[in-house]
Design a protein around this ligand. Structure first.
Ligand code: G3P
Length: 218
């Protein structure tokens, strides 16, 4: 399973990259705004910087427009920033047309705001490289987000779609583990959920004992 980090924060992206486990980055307008990135030039430069930090991984950059014409114009500009840019397109009717446009041009896409298996199926049919089901936001409204990932896995396997399932809106290490059990291709997660995978009290206790015993050995 690939690990993407879901942030536009450069320090966190560098930290994940330094760990040696980072396969890519996802951003969205909310994450960019959180970092104070506003204006076209600043947005383009920020994506360029992220691509330079993660030299070997897909970087999802989301279009801001919601019409077909706006999305293909913005997507073409985003794709020109760096070969690793993946154009992130919302799951709307014009978005499906835009996915097909980019698929025909050989530009990679990530279809975002996926909340049903039918949406994922349409995106795959239109040639999306990734679909992003939002687990946490479904869990927030008492709908099982992991069940959606399972449904999409079955459908994509039935028809051998190349589209990768990119589990998003991850809120905990358990989300990551459960996505791995189901067979999600990618999980995009905040840094703290990735780092929390490291923790186990028995590891800490065992290491403290080993360190103490190592001192006895001189
Ligand atoms: O990148 C989109 C997605 O991961 C958003 O997550 O926590 O805002 O639901 P969240």
């Amino acid at each position: 399973m690939k690990f993407f980090i879901d942030t536009a924060n450069l320090e966190q992206i560098k930290e994940a990259q330094d760990l040696g486990i980072l396969d890519g980055v996802t951003t969205n307008p909310s994450l960019m705004a959180k970092e104070g990135i506003t204006g076209k030039d600043a947005i383009m430069n920020h994506y360029k910087t992220i691509c330079e930090i993660v030299s070997d991984g897909d970087i999802s950059a989301e279009v801001l427009g919601t019409t077909y014409d706006e999305m293909i114009k913005e997507g073409d500009e985003l794709a020109a920033i760096h070969p690793n840019i993946v154009v992130k397109i919302p799951m709307i009717k014009d978005g499906i047309k835009a996915l097909k446009y980019f698929s025909n041009k050989g530009i990679k896409t990530n279809c975002t705001l996926i909340f049903s298996a039918g949406q994922a199926l349409l995106a795959a049919k239109a040639g999306a490289n990734y679909v992003s089901p939002f687990l946490g936001r479904l869990d927030d409204i008492s709908v099982d987000g992991l069940n959606l990932v399972e449904e999409i896995r079955v459908i994509f396997d039935n028809y051998m779609y190349d589209t990768e399932i990119l589990a998003a809106s991850i809120r905990s290490p358990m989300h990551i583990i459960n996505c791995a059990k189901i067979g999600a291709d990618v999980v995009t997660s905040p840094l703290d959920s990735i780092l929390n995978l490291l923790n186990h009290p028995l590891t800490d206790k065992g290491l403290a004992q080993f360190v103490a015993d190592a001192k006895k050995m001189g």
